[in-house]
Write a protein that binds this ligand. Structure first.
Ligand SMILES: [Zn+2]
Length: 290
């Protein structure tokens, strides 16, 4: 599948999260994704996430999150404020740029690091009693220092949908997007809702088009900041789209327009970037038409 953050994941080696001796052995030669407060990653002279050279002494910072293993090397995520001096390099890269420039494994690990560090940054206190959390399991568990309940990293499910009436594809655009940019419709799952119900509700809310059936295809972690995109294709009648305040426009596009836009040759229509599952869903639909 031709989109980012879904391939070559690290072996999360969950059993090592509580093995402090094993993590201590991995640390001196670890690959470390050092993220600043914006969620951008520090890069070395080669533009890649730096690795420790084995000479680092002292303890692994308590804020280091164990991401997993690749071969025998441990990979960690670390807030820049806690980075050892040897990792204190000034240059950074944002995740969207890294998705286009880095090897797949590094980009996928960056997405993992960004998601888990964002969770921790926004969940420093217990939602039940307000006391600070203390992190355990190498960063994957926040335990309340007041009432003792456990908090785990959150990810927010959202559906993203290629809606077709059989011969055309429904795309929409937000007012803030670059001129000509259209994308598949998307929206967050609400509590108590099935994914299929979310597909029907979101498409109707955003475009007044009624979905009659849908099928799940694939998913993509989307840590901007905390989503999991669940990709669907859905069938609908040829309703005339009507937008409200969420979208500036929604309309049906034929196979020729979509083909030109996928080849970056359409004079007006621009699709989402190649890293996104949105573009992949559109390409899947197009391939099935031709
Ligand atoms: Zn509490």
């Amino acid at each position: 599948m031709d989109f980012s953050f879904a391939h070559a994941p690290l072996d999360r080696a969950e059993h090592l999260r509580t093995d402090s001796a094993a993590l201590a052995r991995l640390w001196p030669e670890a690959r470390v994704l050092v993220l600043d407060a914006r969620g951008d990653a520090r890069i070395d002279a080669h533009g890649m996430p730096p690795a420790l050279d084995g000479t680092v002494v002292g303890k692994r910072p308590a804020s280091a999150v164990f991401l997993g293993l690749h071969d025998a090397q441990g990979w960690f995520a670390l807030p820049a404020i806690d980075a050892p001096a040897t990792l204190d390099v000034p240059a950074t890269i944002d995740l969207r740029t890294a998705a286009a420039q880095w090897p797949v494994r590094e980009a996928t690990a960056f997405a993992q690091a960004r998601a888990v560090l964002h969770w921790r940054d926004r969940h420093r206190f217990c939602g039940a009693c307000g006391a600070p959390l203390e992190y355990a399991r190498a960063g994957w568990l926040g335990r309340c220092t007041g009432c003792g309940i456990e908090h785990y990293p959150r990810t927010d499910p959202a559906v993203i949908v290629a809606v077709t009436d059989g011969s055309r594809l429904l795309l929409g655009r937000q007012a803030a997007w670059p001129a000509g940019r259209y994308s598949t419709l998307a929206g967050f799952v609400e509590p108590g809702e099935t994914l299929e119900q979310t597909v029907v509700r979101e498409v109707f809310e955003e475009s007044a088009v009624r979905v009659t059936g849908c099928r799940y295809l694939a998913s993509q972690p989307w840590p901007f900041p905390a989503s999991l995109m669940l990709g669907f294709v859905a069938q609908a009648g040829p309703d005339v789209p009507q937008v409200n305040d969420e979208l500036e426009d929604a309309r049906w596009f034929g196979v020729d327009d979509i083909g030109l836009a996928l080849g970056e040759a359409h004079p007006e229509l621009k699709l989402s970037p190649k890293l996104s599952i949105s573009r992949w869903l559109i390409a899947q639909w197009h391939a099935a038409q031709t």
